[in-house]
Design a protein around this ligand. Structure first.
Ligand code: SAH
Length: 216
């Protein structure tokens, strides 16, 4: 075993020890090389279980949190997934190994463009990248089997909840952006929504509008 394989094995073991036990999710984490979604010196830290800076003042999520969110979605290979907050595209790539089709929305144009180029290079052909305000969801593609939001909202946006199929699952961090947030799992039932708290997390905020439409 070379040192890269060893590093990857340690990485998977450390994610497993944080509660990611679903074998399909662990396999997907093993298949996607996180350093491909990072730049410069940060790429050397790809196999640390920590969030790291990416462009536009955003962050690539912590790998164990990516694992826990993916596991909580309980994905099947027939699923059509909506992801809000493409960022580096790392979480999107993991989803693409497990689901039928992913629609991923990012509000920063440079991040959207870069992620799209990486998906093309890695031949992740079941991902559709969208530059837009994800808090509106994608009306033309709804309803979705699963929705994952990788930026924190004060509450799960009703617009997104409405785009979830009955029996569908949404995972989203909720709370104020400068505080510890709760990762929650919402399941849509025939008549209502069932909420479950998963763990404490810290994400950048879900913002309204596309980046070129407003001053940031
Ligand atoms: N899962 C990503 C996390 C990126 S951070 C990764 O691991 O790389 C969250 C991302 O959500 C940021 O890129 C931010 O620009 C984006 N975001 C925040 N609000 C948004 C919105 N309303 N629509 C689309 N993207 C949004």
């Amino acid at each position: 075993m070379n040192s890269n394989d060893e590093q990857k094995m340690q990485f998977i073991l450390s994610i497993r020890s944080k509660g990611v036990v679903d074998n399909n999710v662990l396999k997907a984490l093993e298949m996607v090389n996180r350093e491909q979604f990072l730049k410069g010196l940060f790429a050397q830290r790809a196999y640390e279980d920590t969030p790291l800076p990416i462009e536009c003042g955003q962050t690539i999520s912590q790998p164990s949190v990516v694992g826990l969110m993916t596991q909580a979605l309980n994905i099947t290979n027939r699923d059509k997934i909506l992801e809000i907050g493409t960022g580096s595209g790392y979480q999107t790539a993991i989803l693409s190994k497990l689901a039928r089709r992913i629609y991923s929305v990012e509000r920063f144009k440079p991040l959207y463009e870069e992620a799209r180029a990486i998906f093309r290079k890695l031949q992740l052909n079941n991902i559709t990248s969208v530059w837009g305000d994800g808090s509106q969801g994608i009306v033309e593609q709804q309803p979705f089997d699963r929705i994952i939001v990788t930026a924190a909202a004060e509450d799960p946006p009703p617009t997104l909840l409405n785009q979830l199929k009955i029996g569908g699952i949404m995972v989203i961090p909720v709370g104020q952006s400068d505080e510890i947030q709760k990762l929650i799992r919402v399941e849509r039932t025939e008549k209502s929504f069932k909420y479950e708290d998963l763990c404490d997390v810290r994400f950048v905020p879900l913002l309204e509008g596309r980046e070129e439409d407003i001053n940031v």
